[in-house]
Ligand binder design. Structure first.
Ligand code: ELE
Length: 213
């Protein structure tokens, strides 16, 4: 587990924001990922919420130099296997199930499981996880909840996701138990539909700059 935690830490620690992307049009996958990499956000989570998601992961993994593509919204072992086979370099789920934890044990690919309550977080720590997704972050108590967790449950780093904005991200990132945040604002539907890759690169660059705030 330590090796996997370290591999995940290496992926997530490199950037303050992990873009959470929905691919509605497969032709958008490669230019979108190139724009994110150019903007300084190489780790990209493509959610398995659209039909083209696995093909998008495959394309980005094989065609976009420097990209570290991961799969999001992985809900069951079948999706876990498919996501890894498509070339995902990390796997993310909004919550966690026993089936997913068992599946993750059979793979070397790092897994970022979701947890929101102290009991869920403690269970994940028992399983050996030291990095967790905190989802849905804003709705689950946000910054004050994460602050309250930091002394009773130390040694766990979170990637809060859900409802985070460029305005709230710096406050999350200033918490000692936050490694990075996830967000969909870097690839908004209007810019994706307009194929405005320069606009997406600009948003990525701004998000990358949040590290220094
Ligand atoms: O699908 C998943 O696995 C999720 O975790 C959901 C996404 O992370 C959020 O939908 C992103 O949240 P927003 O930035 O508020 O749009």
């Amino acid at each position: 587990m330590q090796q996997k935690n370290e591999a995940l830490s290496k992926v997530l620690r490199g950037q303050p924001v992990i873009p959470v992307v929905q691919i509605a049009n497969l032709a958008h996958a490669v230019p979108m990922a190139k724009a994110l990499v150019a903007g300084g956000l190489p780790a990209i989570e493509i959610t398995l919420r659209t039909n083209d998601a696995l093909d998008a992961i495959r394309l980005v993994a094989s065609e976009v130099e420097g990209a570290i593509v991961g799969a999001g919204t992985v809900l069951n072992p079948k999706q876990f296997k498919e996501a890894e086979a498509a070339g995902s370099q990390f796997i993310v789920s909004p919550g966690t199930t026993v089936e997913l934890l068992n599946e993750a044990k059979d793979h070397m690919v790092p897994y970022l499981p979701g947890a929101t309550t102290p009991s869920e977080i403690m269970s994940m720590v028992e399983e050996g996880y030291s990095i967790l997704k905190f989802f849905p972050a804003e709705q689950s108590g946000g910054i004050s909840f994460l602050k309250s967790l930091s002394s009773p449950i130390s040694g766990v780093a979170f990637c809060p996701t859900g409802g985070i904005t460029p305005q709230s991200a710096p406050d999350y990132l200033s918490l000692p138990n936050v490694l990075c945040v996830g967000g969909s604002w870097i690839t908004p539907n209007d810019l994706m539909d307009a194929e405005d890759w320069d606009g997406i690169e600009r948003l990525a660059r701004e998000a990358h700059g949040l590290a220094t705030v």
